[in-house]
Design a protein around this ligand. Structure first.
Ligand code: FE2
Ligand code: FE2
Length: 271
């Protein structure tokens, strides 16, 4: 088996201005620094990193400046998409050298052809709202873009997941029109995975002939409360990110990497 193409997916960083805590609790900058160090210490270095939205907490220039500084040690290509906490113009200005962010003039939607796994990013953000949607233009662009390379294994990046999580307060701010996306995805079986953020938990669902999945966060996690009336709460469960491994033979294999200091590894020996 050949060494896989590795895509690390880090989602929902929620970086605040230097010295500020998110929700008066979370040191997002310190936790992102730990996450970046964890990635850099992986035995097999990722070939690329995708950051699936909510890069900052308030979309402020000083937040993007700090976030940029924190991810600077990542020397592999890093691909960003906005989440509902981001501001497109501010994000584009902060990452002026990320040319792919300007493939489309309005929405942040782009395609990356440089890797064995084709990366297609779409924009679900409705300015000023927590929930998301895909516009008609975005849907049509996705359909055209996927149609151009039917034989290339592909992942679609989007911030809002197109499925029910059963976490009441998150579903209240989910994606408004998952059916429109499903109709497109169903026509393009080369889509290995739809990689989402927003929910700060790892979740997988069968979706339109592929798998749609969210990622855990390297900062705070959303509380595991599957109630329709689940209140908006977060917990400091172990921070984590996803490590996706692709080979043509095995397809896309998705792992979770936990950030922290843990005992081991130990050899599997009885004595
Ligand atoms: Fe988030
Ligand atoms: Fe979000």
């Amino acid at each position: 088996m050949t060494q896989p193409f590795l895509l690390a997916q880090i989602s929902d960083l929620h970086i605040k201005a230097r010295g500020e805590l998110s929700y008066r609790v979370v040191d997002t900058a310190g936790m992102l620094r730990a996450c970046v160090n964890h990635v850099l210490a992986l035995k097999q270095q990722p070939d690329a990193v995708a950051i699936t939205g909510d890069l900052t907490d308030g979309g402020l220039p000083e937040e993007y400046a700090l976030m940029r500084e924190l991810i600077a040690p990542l020397e592999m290509p890093v691909y960003l998409i906005p989440g509902n906490h981001d501001k497109h113009d501010v994000m584009r200005a902060a990452f002026a050298n990320h040319d792919y962010l300007r493939q489309s003039p309005g929405f942040v939607q782009y395609v990356i052809e440089a890797h064995p796994l084709r990366i297609v990013a779409i924009d679900t953000v409705i300015p000023g709202e927590s929930g998301g949607a895909l516009g008609e233009e975005g849907i049509a662009w996705l359909d055209r873009t996927l149609a151009r390379a039917p034989d290339r294994a592909t992942v679609v990046l989007m911030h809002h997941p197109p499925f029910t999580t059963h976490i009441g307060h998150m579903d209240a701010y989910g994606l408004r029109n998952p059916e429109a996306l499903a109709a497109v995805i169903r026509r393009h079986p080369q889509v290995e995975r739809i990689l989402c953020g927003h929910v700060h938990r790892p979740i997988e669902v069968r979706f339109a002939g592929t798998i749609a999945a969210t990622a855990p966060s390297p900062v705070h996690q959303v509380a595991l409360d599957l109630g329709v009336d689940a209140p908006s709460r977060f917990v400091m469960e172990p921070p984590a990110y996803r490590l996706h491994a692709y080979t043509p033979e095995a397809g896309l294999v998705s792992h979770i990497a936990y950030v922290g200091e843990f005992p081991g590894p130990y050899p599997f020996r009885e004595r």
